[in-house]
Design a protein. Structure first.
Length: 174
């Protein structure tokens, strides 16, 4: 397991903490992407569209445009999600067949999903959401344990603009 480079960690740690505070205050997390640059100390935000399940359609293009506009070196996404407990993962397809979705099944586990894409690699973490005290609205989560995914793929990956070297030695965006 390779650790997230410190420059990126310094940028995303406050975002993770803010997500925790929102849940602990009884709020829901909007699916959101942050695009930024540790070198310039800039972060822009893109609220991801979940209308009609379109997180991987229009939202991907919005994030790519924002990353290009910001000359971003990273994209960091935070989303609430549903998953299965480890003892039910092997029955994923049967659960989908029976209930239609993970969310509709009695086995659904509430998660917060984090993904960091950088030019050095991609890291992901999922943390189970737990009740905070006796409140039904207030929730919290533990520390995310990021794992390096050297070859991330799928609809919500490869969001950073490609950089190519110019003949004068400077970088150019494409």
């Amino acid at each position: 397991m390779s650790a997230i480079p410190e420059a990126y960690w310094e940028m995303i740690a406050p975002l993770i903490e803010r997500a925790r505070v929102l849940l602990e205050d009884g709020e829901s997390l909007l699916p959101i992407a942050f695009v930024g640059s540790p070198e310039k100390r800039t972060i822009g935000t893109v609220v991801l569209s979940t209308a009609d399940g379109d997180v991987q359609g229009k939202s991907v293009e919005q994030v790519r445009r924002a990353a290009y506009r910001e000359d971003a070196d990273f994209v960091f996404t935070i989303m609430e999600a549903w998953g299965l407990p480890p003892d039910k993962v092997g029955k994923y397809q049967a659960i989908l067949d029976r209930y239609g979705s993970i969310e509709a099944s009695p086995y659904a586990v509430d998660l917060v999903s984090f993904a960091l894409e950088t030019r050095d690699g991609s890291w992901v973490a999922q943390v189970q959401v737990q009740p905070k005290g006796i409140s039904k609205r207030k929730k919290t989560f533990g520390e995310p344990r990021f794992r390096l995914f050297p070859e991330s793929g799928g609809g919500f990956a490869q969001l950073l603009p490609q950089r190519v070297e110019r003949s004068d030695g400077g970088g150019a965006m494409h």
